[in-house]
Design a protein around this ligand. Structure first.
Ligand code: AP5
Length: 251
Protein backbone atom coordinates (compact mmCIF):
# COMPACT_ATOMS: atom_id res chain seq x y z
CA UNK A 1 0.00 0.00 0.00
CA UNK A 2 1.20 3.52 -0.78
CA UNK A 3 1.95 6.08 1.90
CA UNK A 4 -1.24 7.00 3.76
CA UNK A 5 -2.22 10.62 3.14
CA UNK A 6 -2.29 12.43 6.50
CA UNK A 7 -5.16 14.74 5.30
CA UNK A 8 -4.21 17.19 8.07
CA UNK A 9 -5.70 20.21 6.27
CA UNK A 10 -9.03 18.39 6.04
CA UNK A 11 -9.09 16.73 9.44
CA UNK A 12 -7.92 19.77 11.45
CA UNK A 13 -9.13 22.63 9.21
CA UNK A 14 -8.05 26.27 9.66
CA UNK A 15 -4.53 27.00 8.41
CA UNK A 16 -3.22 23.44 8.84
CA UNK A 17 -1.34 22.05 5.84
CA UNK A 18 -0.83 18.42 4.82
CA UNK A 19 2.61 16.90 5.44
CA UNK A 20 2.78 15.13 2.06
CA UNK A 21 2.41 17.33 -1.01
CA UNK A 22 -0.65 16.94 -3.24
CA UNK A 23 -0.21 14.38 -6.00
CA UNK A 24 -1.34 15.57 -9.40
CA UNK A 25 -2.19 13.22 -12.23
CA UNK A 26 -0.82 14.49 -15.53
CA UNK A 27 -3.93 14.01 -17.60
CA UNK A 28 -6.85 14.26 -15.18
CA UNK A 29 -7.91 15.80 -11.86
CA UNK A 30 -10.81 13.94 -10.27
CA UNK A 31 -13.45 15.78 -8.28
CA UNK A 32 -15.89 13.13 -7.16
CA UNK A 33 -18.75 12.77 -4.69
CA UNK A 34 -19.32 9.29 -3.23
CA UNK A 35 -22.97 8.52 -2.49
CA UNK A 36 -24.54 5.43 -0.98
CA UNK A 37 -25.98 4.13 2.24
CA UNK A 38 -23.92 3.79 5.44
CA UNK A 39 -21.64 0.76 5.18
CA UNK A 40 -21.86 0.35 1.41
CA UNK A 41 -18.07 0.77 1.20
CA UNK A 42 -17.56 4.45 0.28
CA UNK A 43 -14.62 4.94 2.65
CA UNK A 44 -12.95 1.73 1.47
CA UNK A 45 -13.25 2.81 -2.19
CA UNK A 46 -12.01 6.31 -1.34
CA UNK A 47 -8.78 4.84 0.07
CA UNK A 48 -8.22 2.74 -3.09
CA UNK A 49 -9.01 5.68 -5.39
CA UNK A 50 -6.74 8.00 -3.45
CA UNK A 51 -3.84 5.55 -3.75
CA UNK A 52 -4.32 4.96 -7.45
CA UNK A 53 -5.82 8.15 -8.89
CA UNK A 54 -4.50 10.77 -6.46
CA UNK A 55 -7.53 12.74 -5.17
CA UNK A 56 -7.70 13.35 -1.45
CA UNK A 57 -10.26 11.48 0.68
CA UNK A 58 -12.46 14.14 2.30
CA UNK A 59 -14.82 12.44 4.77
CA UNK A 60 -17.01 14.58 7.03
CA UNK A 61 -17.46 11.56 9.33
CA UNK A 62 -13.67 11.42 9.80
CA UNK A 63 -13.60 15.13 10.75
CA UNK A 64 -16.21 14.52 13.47
CA UNK A 65 -14.50 11.33 14.71
CA UNK A 66 -11.17 13.20 14.95
CA UNK A 67 -12.88 15.94 16.97
CA UNK A 68 -14.02 13.26 19.39
CA UNK A 69 -10.43 12.52 20.41
CA UNK A 70 -9.70 16.18 21.26
CA UNK A 71 -9.61 17.15 24.95
CA UNK A 72 -13.02 18.47 26.10
CA UNK A 73 -11.88 22.11 26.32
CA UNK A 74 -10.65 22.13 22.71
CA UNK A 75 -13.99 21.24 21.17
CA UNK A 76 -16.39 24.02 20.21
CA UNK A 77 -20.01 23.76 21.48
CA UNK A 78 -21.04 23.11 17.85
CA UNK A 79 -18.68 20.14 17.61
CA UNK A 80 -19.93 18.73 20.93
CA UNK A 81 -23.46 18.99 19.56
CA UNK A 82 -22.38 17.26 16.32
CA UNK A 83 -20.85 14.35 18.27
CA UNK A 84 -24.05 13.74 20.17
CA UNK A 85 -26.06 13.56 16.91
CA UNK A 86 -23.46 11.19 15.48
CA UNK A 87 -23.48 8.90 18.50
CA UNK A 88 -27.23 8.43 18.07
CA UNK A 89 -26.85 7.77 14.33
CA UNK A 90 -28.69 11.00 13.44
CA UNK A 91 -27.53 13.45 10.80
CA UNK A 92 -25.60 16.43 12.14
CA UNK A 93 -27.57 19.67 11.43
CA UNK A 94 -26.78 21.21 8.03
CA UNK A 95 -25.47 24.48 9.48
CA UNK A 96 -22.79 22.73 11.56
CA UNK A 97 -21.73 20.56 8.61
CA UNK A 98 -21.60 23.55 6.27
CA UNK A 99 -19.41 25.48 8.70
CA UNK A 100 -17.02 22.52 8.79
CA UNK A 101 -16.88 22.59 4.97
CA UNK A 102 -16.41 26.38 4.76
CA UNK A 103 -13.46 26.09 7.19
CA UNK A 104 -11.90 23.55 4.80
CA UNK A 105 -12.67 25.13 1.44
CA UNK A 106 -8.94 25.09 0.55
CA UNK A 107 -9.24 21.27 0.29
CA UNK A 108 -11.75 21.69 -2.54
CA UNK A 109 -9.09 23.70 -4.41
CA UNK A 110 -6.45 20.98 -3.92
CA UNK A 111 -4.61 20.32 -7.21
CA UNK A 112 -4.93 16.58 -6.51
CA UNK A 113 -8.72 16.85 -6.73
CA UNK A 114 -11.03 15.38 -4.09
CA UNK A 115 -13.29 12.48 -3.11
CA UNK A 116 -16.12 13.81 -0.98
CA UNK A 117 -17.32 10.96 1.26
CA UNK A 118 -20.38 11.55 3.46
CA UNK A 119 -20.95 15.08 2.13
CA UNK A 120 -23.35 16.23 0.77
CA UNK A 121 -25.96 14.22 2.63
CA UNK A 122 -29.07 16.41 2.26
CA UNK A 123 -30.46 18.45 -0.63
CA UNK A 124 -29.62 21.66 1.29
CA UNK A 125 -25.98 20.50 1.58
CA UNK A 126 -25.87 19.61 -2.13
CA UNK A 127 -27.18 23.05 -3.07
CA UNK A 128 -24.60 24.70 -0.80
CA UNK A 129 -21.81 22.62 -2.36
CA UNK A 130 -22.99 23.59 -5.84
CA UNK A 131 -22.79 27.30 -4.95
CA UNK A 132 -19.39 26.88 -3.30
CA UNK A 133 -17.94 25.10 -6.34
CA UNK A 134 -19.42 27.69 -8.71
CA UNK A 135 -17.76 30.43 -6.66
CA UNK A 136 -14.45 28.55 -6.82
CA UNK A 137 -14.92 27.94 -10.59
CA UNK A 138 -14.64 24.20 -10.03
CA UNK A 139 -16.86 21.44 -11.40
CA UNK A 140 -17.62 17.91 -10.20
CA UNK A 141 -16.35 15.15 -12.51
CA UNK A 142 -19.05 12.68 -11.42
CA UNK A 143 -21.14 11.47 -8.48
CA UNK A 144 -20.62 7.77 -7.78
CA UNK A 145 -23.69 6.13 -6.29
CA UNK A 146 -22.88 2.74 -4.71
CA UNK A 147 -25.70 0.23 -4.25
CA UNK A 148 -25.92 -2.98 -2.19
CA UNK A 149 -28.81 -5.04 -0.72
CA UNK A 150 -29.72 -4.10 2.85
CA UNK A 151 -28.76 -7.47 4.41
CA UNK A 152 -25.20 -7.19 3.04
CA UNK A 153 -24.95 -3.61 4.33
CA UNK A 154 -25.95 -4.71 7.82
CA UNK A 155 -23.38 -7.50 7.71
CA UNK A 156 -20.67 -5.02 6.68
CA UNK A 157 -21.49 -2.52 9.43
CA UNK A 158 -21.69 -5.17 12.15
CA UNK A 159 -18.31 -6.66 11.13
CA UNK A 160 -16.47 -3.38 10.65
CA UNK A 161 -13.57 -2.58 12.95
CA UNK A 162 -11.79 0.77 12.86
CA UNK A 163 -8.23 1.56 13.94
CA UNK A 164 -8.04 3.78 17.02
CA UNK A 165 -4.75 5.20 15.69
CA UNK A 166 -4.72 5.80 11.92
CA UNK A 167 -8.49 5.18 11.40
CA UNK A 168 -7.92 2.43 8.78
CA UNK A 169 -10.99 0.25 8.27
CA UNK A 170 -11.09 -3.56 8.51
CA UNK A 171 -13.80 -6.20 8.52
CA UNK A 172 -13.88 -9.28 10.75
CA UNK A 173 -14.66 -11.51 7.73
CA UNK A 174 -14.02 -9.60 4.48
CA UNK A 175 -10.89 -7.64 5.33
CA UNK A 176 -9.25 -9.24 8.35
CA UNK A 177 -6.22 -7.64 9.98
CA UNK A 178 -3.11 -9.88 10.11
CA UNK A 179 -3.30 -9.98 13.94
CA UNK A 180 -6.78 -10.05 15.43
CA UNK A 181 -7.82 -6.72 16.95
CA UNK A 182 -4.63 -4.93 15.81
CA UNK A 183 -4.17 -2.50 12.91
CA UNK A 184 -1.88 -3.74 10.08
CA UNK A 185 -0.61 -0.21 9.42
CA UNK A 186 0.12 1.39 12.80
CA UNK A 187 -0.27 -1.42 15.38
CA UNK A 188 -3.00 0.39 17.36
CA UNK A 189 -6.10 -1.39 18.67
CA UNK A 190 -9.20 -1.83 16.52
CA UNK A 191 -12.60 -0.85 17.90
CA UNK A 192 -16.31 -1.07 17.05
CA UNK A 193 -17.62 2.38 16.10
CA UNK A 194 -20.25 3.63 18.55
CA UNK A 195 -22.65 4.23 15.65
CA UNK A 196 -22.12 0.67 14.34
CA UNK A 197 -24.23 -0.71 17.22
CA UNK A 198 -27.62 -2.07 16.06
CA UNK A 199 -29.77 0.75 17.54
CA UNK A 200 -27.67 3.48 15.83
CA UNK A 201 -27.48 1.54 12.55
CA UNK A 202 -31.29 1.56 12.34
CA UNK A 203 -31.43 5.36 12.82
CA UNK A 204 -28.65 5.88 10.23
CA UNK A 205 -30.46 3.77 7.63
CA UNK A 206 -33.67 5.79 8.19
CA UNK A 207 -31.75 9.06 7.83
CA UNK A 208 -30.22 7.79 4.60
CA UNK A 209 -33.61 6.84 3.13
CA UNK A 210 -35.27 10.12 4.11
CA UNK A 211 -32.55 12.73 3.61
CA UNK A 212 -29.75 11.36 1.42
CA UNK A 213 -31.52 9.19 -1.16
CA UNK A 214 -33.14 12.28 -2.78
CA UNK A 215 -29.62 13.25 -3.88
CA UNK A 216 -29.74 10.44 -6.44
CA UNK A 217 -32.36 12.40 -8.39
CA UNK A 218 -30.64 15.71 -7.67
CA UNK A 219 -27.44 14.55 -9.39
CA UNK A 220 -29.24 12.51 -12.08
CA UNK A 221 -30.92 15.75 -13.22
CA UNK A 222 -27.48 17.36 -13.50
CA UNK A 223 -26.14 14.48 -15.63
CA UNK A 224 -23.49 13.59 -13.03
CA UNK A 225 -24.82 10.34 -11.54
CA UNK A 226 -22.92 7.08 -12.13
CA UNK A 227 -24.47 4.08 -10.36
CA UNK A 228 -22.23 1.16 -9.36
CA UNK A 229 -23.37 -2.11 -7.82
CA UNK A 230 -20.89 -2.80 -5.01
CA UNK A 231 -18.94 -6.05 -5.43
CA UNK A 232 -18.23 -8.91 -3.04
CA UNK A 233 -14.75 -7.63 -2.25
CA UNK A 234 -13.36 -4.06 -2.36
CA UNK A 235 -11.18 -4.78 -5.42
CA UNK A 236 -14.24 -5.90 -7.42
CA UNK A 237 -16.06 -2.65 -6.59
CA UNK A 238 -12.93 -0.69 -7.49
CA UNK A 239 -12.66 -2.40 -10.90
CA UNK A 240 -16.34 -1.61 -11.58
CA UNK A 241 -15.76 2.01 -10.55
CA UNK A 242 -12.81 2.40 -12.91
CA UNK A 243 -14.81 0.84 -15.74
CA UNK A 244 -17.72 3.20 -15.07
CA UNK A 245 -15.32 6.17 -15.13
CA UNK A 246 -13.62 4.89 -18.29
CA UNK A 247 -10.23 4.50 -16.58
CA UNK A 248 -7.82 1.60 -17.11
CA UNK A 249 -7.62 0.13 -13.58
CA UNK A 250 -3.96 -0.36 -12.60
CA UNK A 251 -3.90 -2.85 -9.70
P1 AP5 B 1 -19.78 8.65 7.98
O1 AP5 B 1 -18.49 8.44 8.61
O2 AP5 B 1 -19.86 9.37 6.69
O3 AP5 B 1 -20.50 7.25 7.93
P2 AP5 B 1 -21.49 6.57 6.87
O4 AP5 B 1 -21.95 7.34 5.69
O5 AP5 B 1 -22.54 6.04 7.76
O6 AP5 B 1 -20.61 5.62 6.13
P3 AP5 B 1 -19.77 4.52 6.77
O7 AP5 B 1 -18.44 5.05 7.21
O8 AP5 B 1 -20.57 3.80 7.80
O9 AP5 B 1 -19.66 3.49 5.59
P4 AP5 B 1 -18.82 3.41 4.27
O10 AP5 B 1 -19.77 3.44 3.11
O11 AP5 B 1 -17.69 4.39 4.24
O12 AP5 B 1 -18.31 1.92 4.41
P5 AP5 B 1 -16.83 1.33 4.69
O13 AP5 B 1 -15.94 1.61 3.53
O14 AP5 B 1 -16.35 1.71 6.06
O15 AP5 B 1 -20.77 9.46 8.97
C1 AP5 B 1 -20.93 9.09 10.31
C2 AP5 B 1 -21.88 10.07 10.98
O16 AP5 B 1 -21.35 11.40 10.93
C3 AP5 B 1 -23.28 10.19 10.37
O17 AP5 B 1 -24.15 9.18 10.85
C4 AP5 B 1 -23.67 11.60 10.85
O18 AP5 B 1 -24.07 11.58 12.21
C5 AP5 B 1 -22.37 12.36 10.76
N1 AP5 B 1 -22.18 13.02 9.46
C6 AP5 B 1 -21.11 12.86 8.62
N2 AP5 B 1 -21.25 13.61 7.53
C7 AP5 B 1 -22.43 14.26 7.66
C8 AP5 B 1 -23.14 15.18 6.82
N3 AP5 B 1 -22.66 15.59 5.64
N4 AP5 B 1 -24.33 15.63 7.25
C9 AP5 B 1 -24.85 15.27 8.42
N5 AP5 B 1 -24.24 14.40 9.27
C10 AP5 B 1 -23.04 13.90 8.88
O19 AP5 B 1 -17.20 -0.23 4.65
C11 AP5 B 1 -18.00 -0.82 5.65
C12 AP5 B 1 -17.42 -2.22 6.01
O20 AP5 B 1 -17.55 -3.10 4.89
C13 AP5 B 1 -15.93 -2.20 6.36
O21 AP5 B 1 -15.71 -3.09 7.41
C14 AP5 B 1 -15.23 -2.68 5.08
O22 AP5 B 1 -14.02 -3.36 5.38
C15 AP5 B 1 -16.26 -3.61 4.47
N6 AP5 B 1 -16.27 -3.55 3.02
C16 AP5 B 1 -16.16 -2.42 2.27
N7 AP5 B 1 -16.25 -2.72 0.95
C17 AP5 B 1 -16.44 -4.07 0.88
C18 AP5 B 1 -16.63 -4.99 -0.19
N8 AP5 B 1 -16.68 -4.60 -1.47
N9 AP5 B 1 -16.83 -6.29 0.10
C19 AP5 B 1 -16.83 -6.70 1.37
N10 AP5 B 1 -16.66 -5.90 2.45
C20 AP5 B 1 -16.46 -4.59 2.20
Amino acid sequence: MNEKNDRAAWIKGGNTTCSNPPRTTPDRVWRLVLLGSPGVGKGTQAVLMHERLGPCHLSTGDVFRAAKSLPDGERSPALNEALEYMRLGKLVPDEIVLNVIRERVSCLRCPSGFLLDGFPRTVAQAEALEKLLQKEKLALTAVLNYELPLEEILERLGGRRTCSGCKAVFHMVNLRPRVEGICDFCGAKLFLREDDRPESIRVRMEAYEKSTKPLIDFYKKRGLLVTIVAGKVPEETYQRTMKALGVAAAA
